[in-house]
Design a protein around this ligand. Structure first.
Ligand code: LLP
Length: 398
C-alpha cells in the first residue's frame, strides 16, 4: 500500500491514518467519561486543516499557541467555546484578535501578560475569560528539551504567584478567572508526575474556592507519551484516575490538551532511497527526505522506527541520512537494515506529531505533500509545495 501511495503522490510524503486518530480520541473520552471533559487537541502537533476538521467532527476543541493556530481552528469550524489560547509570549495583536473572537479562555503565563490582557479587554469594553498556567515544579522525567514543569523552564508561574494573580483577576473589571492550567512536558511515560502536578494544582483550586474564586476548567495539559520503540506507555484509565483522585468534591470540567497521543502514531513518513554509500568504515543509506522535512532525530536524538520496503536480508548497521548539508541530517544512527537499492521505499514510523509542523524550506527544499487514509482510502490533504511557492514572497520584492 505504501508503495502505491509513494508512486501516486511521490516522495517524500506524509501519510496519516484518520481511523487511528479516531480510535485514540475515543480512548481518551472513554477514560474521562466519569466526569465532564473537554479535549482540546494541541494544534501544534499536526495542524493540517483536514486533521483539525477530523478531530472537530469527533467533538474535539483546540489548544492553540498562536493566533495563526486559533485561525486554523476557526477556519475548520471548531466552536469558539472550545478554543484555548496558550503560550508564553503572546503579542498584543494576537491577544486582541483572540478576545474579539470570544474564544473559551486565554491561558496566562505571567503577571505582566495578565496586565496586557486586562488593558486590551478594557479597550474593547469586554471581560476576558482567563486561566493561569501553574508551574508546579515537577520533573516530568522526559527529554530536557520537552520538559516544561520545572522552575528552570520559562513556562507558567509558581503557585504563590498564581494565587496572587487570581485574586487580582477576580477584582478586575475586565478579567474573569474561569480556568487553571498545567502542562509539565511532552512524551511522558510515567504516571507519578501527572498525579503530583494534579495534586499541587487541585490544592490551589480548593484554596481559591475559599476565596470565592470559582474555577470551572481544570486543564491538565498534554504530555501523554506514545510508543516509539516499544517503550511502556501510560495506561489511560490509570491516568484519568490519577487526576480524578485529586478532584473529589470539585465541580470542574476536566480539560486536556493532547497532541502526540492523538496523532503521533497515526502517521508515517515515506522516503525513497537515492544511494547507498560505504566508505569502508561506515555505511550510509541516503534518502530523498531530510531533517527539514522531519527534524525530530536531529533535534532531540529521537528514535523513529524504520521499515524498508523492497529489500530484505543482507542486514548491517547503517546511518540513514538525507541530502541536507548538515551532519545532523539523519533519521537513524547505526540502525540494522537490509542492503537497499535505488528507489527502495523507507517507512519512517510515528511521524504524525511534530514532524510536518516542524518542517522548513531549509536548503530550498519544498515542503512535502500530506495524505490521509480514511477507511483504507487515500485522500490528498496537502499539495506538495513547488519552487514558485518557495520564492513568491521574495520574487515580488526583487
Ligand atoms: N499543551 C501545551 C501547553 C503544550 O506546550 C504542548 C506541547 C501540548 C499541550 C501538547 O503536548 P503533547 O500531548 O503533544 O505531548 N516538538 C517536541 C514536542 C514539543 C511539545 C510542545 N508542547 C517533539 O517533537 O517531541
Amino acid at each position: 500500500m505504501y508503495k502505491d501511495l509513494a508512486n501516486k503522490y511521490g516522495t517524500p510524503l506524509y501519510v496519516y491514518d484518520f481511523n487511528h486518530i479516531e480510535k485514540q480520541f475515543i480512548k481518551l473520552k472513554e477514560a474521562f467519561k466519569a466526569r465532564k471533559s473537554l479535549v482540546c487537541y494541541a494544534v501544534k502537533a499536526n495542524s493540517n486543516l483536514s486533521v483539525l476538521k477530523h478531530l472537530k467532527d469527533l467533538g474535539a476543541g483546540c489548544d492553540c499557541v498562536s493566533i495563526g493556530e486559533v485561525k486554523r481552528a476557526l477556519h475548520v469550524g471548531v466552536a469558539r467555546y472550545k478554543i484555548i489560547f496558550s503560550g508564553v509570549g503572546k503579542r498584543d495583536d494576537e491577544i486582541r484578535e483572540a478576545l474579539k473572537e470570544d474564544i473559551l479562555m486565554i491561558n496566562l503565563e505571567s503577571e505582566e501578560e495578565m496586565g496586557r490582557v486586562e488593558l486590551i479587554a478594557k479597550e474593547l469594553g469586554i471581560k476576558a475569560r482567563i486561566s493561569i498556567r501553574v508551574n508546579p515544579n515537577i520533573d516530568a522525567k522526559t527529554h530536557p528539551y520537552i520538559s516544561t514543569g520545572l522552575h528552570d523552564n520559562k513556562f507558567g508561574v509558581d503557585v504563590d504567584n498564581a494565587k496572587r494573580m487570581y485574586i487580582k483577576a477576580k477584582n478586575s473589571e475586565n478579567l474573569i478567572p474561569v480556568g487553571i492550567h498545567f502542562h509539565i512536558g511532552s512524551q511522558i511515560t510515567e504516571l507519578e508526575p501527572f498525579r503530583e502536578a494534579a495534586k499541587v494544582v487541585s490544592d490551589l483550586v480548593r484554596n481559591l474556592q475559599s476565596l470565592k474564586i470559582d474555577i470551572k476548567f481544570f486543564d491538565v495539559g498534554g504530555g501523554v507519551g506514545i510508543d516509539y520503540e516499544g517503550e511502556e506507555t501510560i495506561n489511560l484509565y490509570d491516568y484519568s484516575q490519577a487526576i480524578f483522585e485529586n478532584l473529589t468534591g470539585l465541580d470542574v470540567t476536566l480539560t486536556c490538551e493532547p497532541g502526540r497521543f492523538l496523532v503521533g502514531n497515526s502517521g508515517v513518513f515515506l522516503t525513497k532511497v537515492l544511494y547507498e554509500k560505504n566508505n569502508g568504515k561506515k555505511r550510509f543509506v541516503i534518502v530523498d527526505g531530510a531533517m527539514n522535512d522531519l527534524g525530530r532525530p536531529s533535534l532531540y536524538g529521537a528514535y523513529h522506527d524504520i521499515e524498508v520496503i523492497g529489500s530484505e536480508g543482507n542486514e548491517s548497521k547503517t546511518d540513514v541520512v538525507g541530502p541536507v548539508c548538515e551532519s545532523t541530517d539523519f533519521f537513524a544512527k547505526d540502525r540494522v537494515l537490509p542492503l537497499t537499492k535505488h528507489d527502495d521505499l523507507l517507512v519512517i514510523k510515528s511521524a504524525g506529531a511534530y514532524c510536518f509542523t516542524m518542517s522548513s524550506n531549509y536548503n530550498t527544499r519544498a515542503r512535502v505533500a500530506e495524505v490521509a487514509l480514511i477507511d483504507g482510502k487515500d485522500k490528498l490533504i496537502r499539495e506538495r509545495d513547488n519552487f514558485e511557492d518557495m520564492i513568491k514572497n521574495e520574487a515580488k520584492c526583487i
